[in-house]
Every structure is written in structure tokens, then in C-alpha cells.
Design a protein around this ligand. Structure first.
Ligand code: ADP
Ligand code: MG
Length: 872
């Protein structure tokens, strides 16, 4: 720690006082036109921001390290620090330097933290939320409460989970930028750290902060929710601590917060993180939005609409009624192309009114933003009229009711503010000419004085005969006559010399001084009045807070619905029939992302059917690149889209209500998760098998490929058997799609009644393999590897030998547990792999080290040995 100087200047004493309040945040301390950092802050930040570290009192034995950034460029520096997980406290002048004698009063005006960013300048992405999550202990031994806040929109959610593992999953879905954990709670601290977000340990709020938070929460909960469904005591505590933190950092009150949405994980279709990545729900392979499902189906026209859609894809519904309502709304707009286009045109210029309304509610809006609001409200009126004139299903009806702007508000803003006002009221010029008599008078005075100065200039120029005589203005000196050296001899006696500059001298005169006086007082008074009028107007607008915030949120929802309708229309999507039964039927389904990235009309549509009685497990075979993975994912994506309330890329579909989608890609094929190993793959397989719900859809793509052939087949086989026989609820079966390159697995259909073989059709044509991309009943021919080897130019002798071996294998007719043994026994001379099962069994047992095996490994091994034993 840098040593503090023994004697503090008043400024430094003030600095240290504010620094105390800033806690662990870097303090940006406003001095003149700069934000300065001192002591450890300076030392810490200078290298991060490439600033030069200097010192304030170089001659002192303990010089104070400092660095600074120009105030007008501060945002960029702040966002760079926040992006690195730091917090930045902004300290500004809060007193008026002209009226307060001595040191100007300074105070914290904002603490920017990763999870409470309010503006794009602070590092917020326009179409993505910037979430803060507060974690706390919930009911039971393992219960965890997650409170999610989006400070820039006021969105507030609260979820109670019964197990910390589930909380971990939910935290990954939310993907917050910052997580608050109770100080000292190691378990929650670890969960928070695993999310990759910035972790902020906090004590429970106390004193005024706690009382304020409790009051705000009471107000929010008193709203329109039924009294019965309030949050638990534990949830309340976490909500309060989240609110206290937002109040402390945002420093503008909490009026922009929406009533908390209380949800349980069972309310939404759940995907674990791996499945979400694998299906690229909101992030493509490059970790950005591009290439994701969100990207593929997003035709919204505002950033807030895009955010709403993203949320729908992350939180698909499980309530048939709610799904139906969204689908009804989408359908109504699909069927009304004119209305859809008009809505898009009306919504586009409205922009991100959701964040705008929140800024206004927080009192962080300037004149330019109020004018933006007025324009948005005028547009909203238009959208409201469009919607009111059309036939409306329930969701559109609710939207229509909420988006009627408060009457007269836009006109009131428009009447008072200029069309293109400055960013802040203090700059002057915000009030429209003619709107206020006093301001008009003061402006006229200013203008007059300026005219009189010009007149004076002309008069003195004539009187002195100095042709180059000019009245000029400089911020520090005010107005002055400038006379060049050559003309100094003609200066009249009533000119008073004020300053010598290189080119000549500067003078004033009693008359000039009086005009200057008149000008500055009029100007000052005008600015004060402008600021006062603007403040009044802002207050009036803020009185409509709740209505404006609701209007903004409903417009975002409308944009999301209209966007989905556009997607459906342009992409030829159809309305899915989501039902409470168990059968899945897709006719001519397509992969929404691959279809978008492939040339128009090139994507080959395929059917899919799964049910619990006949076709529970589909084993899909086919050579590399045939289209197996694409097919699997497309089925999962169609199911997900349907639950989000979207139309789906298919000619027709019946989608069973599904509460969980598991997708796993074998370690060797998983391009998304670079860190994937066979061990990870097996752990995840265990997670799937241990968490089957009655309405699960399982999609397994090449699992078991990350280990030796025998291992791999054994594991895949055992997993398929388990899924086939599992009954997560009485009578319920786990619908499964299973893509594999292990041809042996096609024999599953011989022994398991609800397994069906399908393959992706490929045709050899001339010297090429044609990928037909069609999924057809029956197993794939197993000779493609050999055919491809021949095409690739592998020597004829080798290809012939390969065909021989293959024929030998095929005589065993697939690989049922017994057929496999016979086939393999015959080929033992060629490959150790096909050694005598009895011998092999003995050797395997002898080599086994039971202590070194995890339970899962042991189980796997046991399956493998059992398979071997049956073969013998
Ligand atoms: P596999 O898993 O069988 O190796 P993929 O599913 O990865 O094959 O598909 C390989 C490529 O084939 C994909 O990148 C995609 O471009 C293309 N493809 C897959 N299915 C289709 C289809 N139905 N229509 C058109 N192209 C497809
Ligand atoms: Mg594949």
C-alpha cells in the first residue's frame, strides 16, 4: 500500500472520504476537465488503460501516484475497466463552483459494475441483456435462490431451486455478467465462480439501504400479482440484497424496476449448458450470435425485440395455453401480410424504448432522450391504431391495451423542447423558441447584446481608424478588443489594457464591459431557466413511469411476435401442433440454421416420428457427412421452437409437450466443446441417464466414439438398452434419436422391440458418392467405408482384402450379442480384437484394478464383460 502523506490537503481529504464510500471500486475523481485516479487505484489502472503514471506532489518524500483521463472520453475507459471485471466509481462535482466558497462539493454519482451497466457506452450490448444475479440460500439443505436483475431495463426475476446443482445450471442459462454472493459462503462462491462472471461478495444490506430495499420490494410486490404467490422469506432476503446493490450502484432510485417474475425451473423446457451449446440456441460456434438459432429466426426490427426473442428461446414454455397464445398471435400476423409490414415499419423507428424508458425513470435522460421518447410515443400511437383495427387474438389484445401512450405526453414534450435539442439541458438551447416568454426575452437580450457588440466594434474601428480592430471572445478573459502591434499607437485613451499576446495587445472599454455583463447574466439566467423547465418536464414524464415501462415492454413483445411471423412467412414455416400426448411427428422438417446458411432450395427436408409404443428409439446410421448430426439437431430445434411459441421449419408437425431436451455429441465429434474428453462424455451420459423426466427427448450423436471400438460399442449398446427400458413415470418412455457410425448397433432393433433403424441415403454414382440427405427406413449398407477407400485411391489389393474381411463380418448377420461373437471368432487370426472371448474375458478380469475405477467406469466395464461372457 502506498504511504499516505502525513498532511492532507482539503482536496485529498475529500478524495479519501469519497474513496471510502467507493469500496473496492476504482475511483474516478473529477478535477477540472479530468477524472483523476490516485494511490493504489492509479497504480492498478495505469497499466490496464495504457496511462502514464505520474505523481501529484513530486517534491514530497512520499509522492502520491496518480493518473487521469479527460472527462469527455471517460466512458471508453470506464467500459474497458468494467470489461476486465473491475468496478468504477464516478465522483463528480455536485455543488455549484460559483456559489460555494472554497472547495467544491464532490460526491459519488454512479458506480459502474459489470452487472449494473446501463448504457452501451458502459459496455452493454444493444441486443443482449446485461444481467446481475444475486445468489442466496433458499429452503432446505441445498436450496438456492437466484435473483436476476437487468438494470438497464428494470427486468427482475426470482427463482428458487431445491438443489445447488440445479442452481448451477440455471446460472449458466442466465449467463450473468456479475454475481453477488453472501460474503463467506464458499458453496455459493464456488457456484458463482463456475459461471465465469465477476463475483462480488456482499454482506446483507443494513441500515437505510436495507429499509429502502424492503420498501421498494413491498411496493413492487403490492402490484397486480395475486397475494398468494409471493416470494418466500429466503427469496425476499435475496431480492432485497439485489435491490440494495442496484440502488447503491445506479444511484437513481429503483423506480424503473418491474415487479419480480417468480418462476420455478419446471416452468420452462430445460436444456443443460452442453445441449444449449450443441444446438447453438443463442450462440453459434464462434461464441457470438451468428450461426445460432436466435440469429436464424430473428426478424425483429428493434434491439428490445431481439432481446425478447432471445429470452423466449432460452425459456421455452411448458404451458399449452401460453404456447397456444403465442402461436395464435404469430399466426394472426402471418395471415395479415399488410399489417405485418406496417407494424415493422412502425416499430423500427421506435428503437430501444425499453432501455430509454428505464433511463428516464432513473432520471438519467437529457432533452435529446425526451424528444426521442416523444417520437417513440407518436409511433406507438400509430402501432396502437394499427393493432386496434385488426382482429386480435388474446396476446395481441393485451399488447394493444398496454401500448396506448399516455394522452398528450408526446405533444407536451414536443411543445416545450426544440426539435434537435442538446444532450444536456445545461448546454442551453433545449427549450423550443416561443415555448416560454422568459426564455425568449433572455435570448433576445443575449442576441441584442451580441448585436450591440458587433455595432460597437464597427464604431470603434471607424473612430480609431484601425482597420483590423476586432472584438473577440475567450473563455477565461471574456470579450476584448484585439489590436496588432503595428496599430498600438492608434489606441484611444478609453481602452484599458488587459493582456499582451505575441501578436499584439488586448483591451477592454467601459462600454464593452457593460455589454459583456448584460450578455453573461442573460445567458446564465437563460440556462438556469432552461434547466428548471427541463427538470419540471422530466418530472411530469416520470409521473407516467409505470405506464411507459409497460408500454415499452409490450412493444418489445410485439416486435418479437411480429418478427416470428416474418420468419414464418419468409422461411415457409408452419404452425406446430403442440399437444399433451407423447407422439412426435414432423413432416418435411428442415434445420433452421443449416437451411439459412445453405443455398436456397438446397436443403433436403426429412420426416421424423417418435412415439412411446412403436418407435421409441431411432438408430440412425450412414457414412460420415451423410447428414446424421444435422437431422438429429433439426428435430431437437423444431421441438424447442414450438415451445418458444414459434412456427417451425416443417410442412406439418405434431410436437409432444417436452420438458427436457438432452443432446450429447460424442467426444471425438464434438466440435463445439473443445475440451471434451471421453471422461466428460461419460459423465454427461451419466447425467442424462440419471435425470430422465417423463417428457424427455434424448438426442445422442456418436457417443462412445472416444474410446476403443469394443468399449464404445458396449457403452453405446448399454445406454440404448437403458433408455429403451427406462420408465421415468408409469407408462412413460424416453424418446431417443441415436446416430452412430457403429454399424453393430443396428442389431439393437433385433432384440429391443421399440428400436427402429433408419439411415441417411447415399448412392454410389460413377466414381463418386452422392449424398442424398434423405433419411430412409432401414440400416445403412456397411460397405461405404470400403467404397470410399476405393474412390480415394487405396490400392486394389487392399480394397479386395477389405471386402473379404467385411463379408466375413457380415455373415454373422449384424452383431447381436451372439452373432457378434461368431463373426469375431472367425476373424480372430487377423485381429487381436477378435480373440477367443473366454481367453479375453480371463485376461480382462486379471488386468482389472477395481480400486482404480469410478462407479460409472465399473458399470461400463461390467456391461462389457457381460457382453464378452455371453459371446463365449
Ligand atoms: P454427419 O453427422 O452424418 O457426418 P452432418 O450432419 O454433419 O453429417 O452433415 C454434413 C453436411 O451436410 C452439413 O454440414 C450440411 O451442410 C450438409 N447437410 C446435412 N443435412 C442436409 C440436408 N438435409 N440438406 C442439405 N444439406 C445437408
Ligand atoms: Mg455427425
Amino acid at each position: 500500500m502506498t504511504q499516505r502523506p502525513a498532511k492532507l490537503t482539503p482536496m485529498l481529504a475529500q478524495y479519501l472520504r469519497v474513496k471510502q464510500q467507493a469500496g473496492d471500486a476504482v475511483l474516478f475523481f473529477r478535477l477540472g476537465d479530468f477524472y483523476e485516479m490516485f494511490f493504489e487505484d492509479a497504480e492498478r489502472v495505469a497499466p490496464l488503460l495504457d496511462l502514464t503514471l505520474t505523481s501529484r506532489n513530486k517534491d514530497d518524500p512520499n509522492p502520491i501516484p496518480m493518473c487521469g483521463v479527460p472527462h469527455h472520453a471517460a466512458q471508453g475507459y470506464v467500459s474497458r475497466l468494467v470489461a476486465q471485471g473491475l468496478k468504477v466509481a464516478i465522483c463528480d462535482q455536485v455543488g455549484d463552483p460559483q456559489t460555494s466558497p472554497g472547495l467544491v462539493e464532490r460526491g459519488l454519482t454512479r458506480i459502474v459494475t459489470p452487472g449494473t451497466v446501463l448504457e452501451e457506452e458502459e459496455g452493454l450490448a444493444s441486443s443482449e441483456p446485461g444481467y446481475l444475479v444475486a445468489l442466496g440460500r433458499g429452503g432446505g439443505d441445498n436450496g438456492v435462490v437466484l435473483v436476476t436483475v437487468e438494470a438497464s431495463t428494470g427486468e427482475l426475476r426470482c427463482c428458487e431451486t431445491a438443489a445447488s446443482s440445479v442452481a448451477r445450471e440455471e446460472l449458466l442459462r442466465i449467463a450473468p455478467r456479475e454475481v453477488l454472493v453472501p460474503a463467506g459462503d464458499e458453496v455459493l462462491g464456488e457456484i458463482a465462480a463456475a459461471s465465469g462472471a465477476a463475483v462480488t461478495p456482499r454482506g446483507r444490506p443494513a441500515g437505510d439501504a436495507a429499509a429502502d430495499a424492503a420498501r421498494v420490494l413491498d411496493r413492487l410486490l403490492a402490484g397486480d400479482r395475486p397475494a398468494s404467490a409471493g416470494p418466500s422469506e429466503a427469496a425476499r432476503a435475496v431480492l432485497e440484497s439485489a435491490l440494495a446493490y442496484v440502488a447503491e450502484t445506479v444511484r437513481g432510485g429503483l423506480d424503473h424496476l418491474a415487479p419480480p417474475q417468480l418462476y420455478a425451473l419446471g416452468d420452462h423446457l430445460m436444456l443443460d449448458e452442453r445441449s444449449r451449446r450443441n444446438l447453438a440456441v443463442v450462440e453459434g460456434a464462434g461464441r457470438g450470435r451468428h450461426g445460432s438459432l436466435w440469429w436464424a429466426v430473428d426478424r425483429t426490427v428493434t434491439a428490445m425485440g431481439a432481446r425478447r426473442l432471445r429470452d423466449w428461446l432460452l425459456y421455452p414454455l411448458l404451458d399449452l395455453h401460453a404456447i397456444g397464445e403465442r402461436l395464435d398471435a404469430v399466426e394472426a400476423l402471418v395471415e395479415a401480410p399488410g399489417l405485418r409490414a406496417d407494424l415493422a415499419e412502425g416499430l423500427r423507428p421506435i428503437g430501444d424504448v425499453e432501455r430509454l424508458a428505464a433511463r428516464i425513470s432513473l432520471g438519467r435522460a437529457g432533452p435529446r432522450e425526451l424528444v426521442r421518447l416523444a417520437r417513440a410515443l407518436e409511433r406507438a400511437s400509430g402501432v396502437h391504431e394499427l393493432l386496434s383495427a385488426a382482429p386480435r387474438p388474446a396476446l395481441l389484445e393485451r399488447i394493444a391495451a398496454a401500448i396506448a401512450p399516455p394522452p398528450g405526453l408526446a405533444a407536451r414534450i414536443g411543445a416545450l423542447l426544440a426539435d434537435a435539442p442538446p444532450l444536456t439541458a445545461a448546454e442551453g438551447g433545449a427549450i423550443r423558441p416561443g415555448a416560454d416568454d422568459e426564455i425568449d426575452r433572455l435570448r433576445a437580450l443575449t442576441r441584442d447584446a451580441q448585436g450591440l457588440i458587433a455595432e460597437l466594434e464597427a464604431r470603434e474601428r471607424a473612430a480609431t481608424g484601425i482597420a483590423s480592430l476586432k472584438v473577440r471572445y475567450q473563455r477565461v478573459f471574456g470579450y476584448f478588443f484585439e489590436v496588432t502591434k503595428a496599430n498600438l499607437k492608434s489606441v484611444p485613451p478609453h481602452f484599458v489594457r488587459r493582456q499582451t499576446v505575441a501578436s499584439g495587445e488586448r483591451f477592454t472599454s467601459p462600454e464593452l464591459r457593460e455589454l459583456e455583463q448584460q450578455l453573461t447574466t442573460a445567458d446564465d439566467r437563460c440556462r438556469q431557466r432552461e434547466a428548471a423547465l427541463f427538470g419540471e418536464l422530466l418530472g411530469e414524464v416520470q409521473a407516467h413511469d409505470a405506464a411507459l415501462l409497460r408500454l415499452a415492454r409490450e412493444l418489445a413483445t410485439l416486435d418479437a411476435v411480429a418478427g416470428l411471423a416474418t420468419t414464418a412467412h419468409e422461411g415457409g414455416y408452419s404452425r406446430p401442433q403442440v399437444h399433451a400426448g407423447s407422439a412426435l411427428d414432423i413432416r418435411d422438417g428442415r434445420h433452421p440454421i443449416v437451411e439459412r446458411t445453405s443455398a436456397a432450395g438446397c436443403f433436403v427436408a426429412n420426416d421424423a416420428s417418435l412415439d412411446e409404443e412403436g418407435q421409441q428409439i431411432v438408430v440412425l446410421t450412414g457414412p460420415n457427412m451423410a447428414g446424421k448430426s444435422t437431422y438429429l439437431r433439426q428435430v431437437a430445434l423444431i421441438v424447442l421452437l414450438a415451445h418458444a411459441g414459434s412456427f417451425v421449419p416443417a410442412a406439418e408437425s405434431r410436437i409432444p409437450l417436452t420438458d427436457r431436451i438432452w443432446t450429447r455429441v460424442g467426444a471425438a465429434d464434438d466440435l463445439v466443446a473443445g475440451d471434451s474428453t471421453f471422461m466428460v462424455e461419460m459423465k454427461e451420459t451419466a447425467a442424462i441417464l440419471g435425470n430422465l423426466t417423463p417428457r424427455t427427448l434424448v438426442v445422442l450423436d456418436e457417443i462412445g466414439r472416444g474410446t476403443s471400438t469394443y468399449d464404445g460399442i458396449a457403452i453405446a449398446w448399454a445406454v440404448a438398452e437403458h433408455l429403451h427400458d427406462a420408465t421415468p413415470a408409469p407408462g412413460a418412455r424416453v424418446k431417443t434419436l441415436f446416430a452412430t457410425h457403429f454399424h453393430e448397433l443396428t442389431a439393437l432393433a433385433d432384440s429391443l422391440p421399440r428400436v427402429r433403424n433408419y439411415s441417411v441415403a447415399v448412392r454410389e454414382w460413377k466414381d463418386d458418392v452422392l449424398f442424398l440427405r434423405r433419411v430412409v427406413p432401414g440400416p445403412a449398407s456397411r460397405s461405404y467405408g470400403v467404397a470410399v477407400a476405393r474412390l480415394a485411391g487405396v490400392p486394389d489389393a487392399v480394397v479386395r482384402r477389405a471386402r473379404d474381411i467385411l463379408r466375413g463380418l457380415e455373415e454373422g448377420k449384424g452383431l447381436g450379442p451372439s452373432g457378434a461373437a461368431r463373426t469375431r471368432a472367425r476373424n480372430e487370426a487377423q485381429l487381436d480384437l477378435f480373440a477367443d472371448p473366454a481367453q479375453r474375458l480371463r485376461r480382462e478380469l486379471a488386468e482389472l484394478d477395481p480400486d482404480a475405477l469410478s462407479p460409472l467406469q465399473a458399470l461400463t466395464k461390467l456391461h462389457e464383460l457381460a457382453l464378452l461372457a455371453r459371446e463365449g
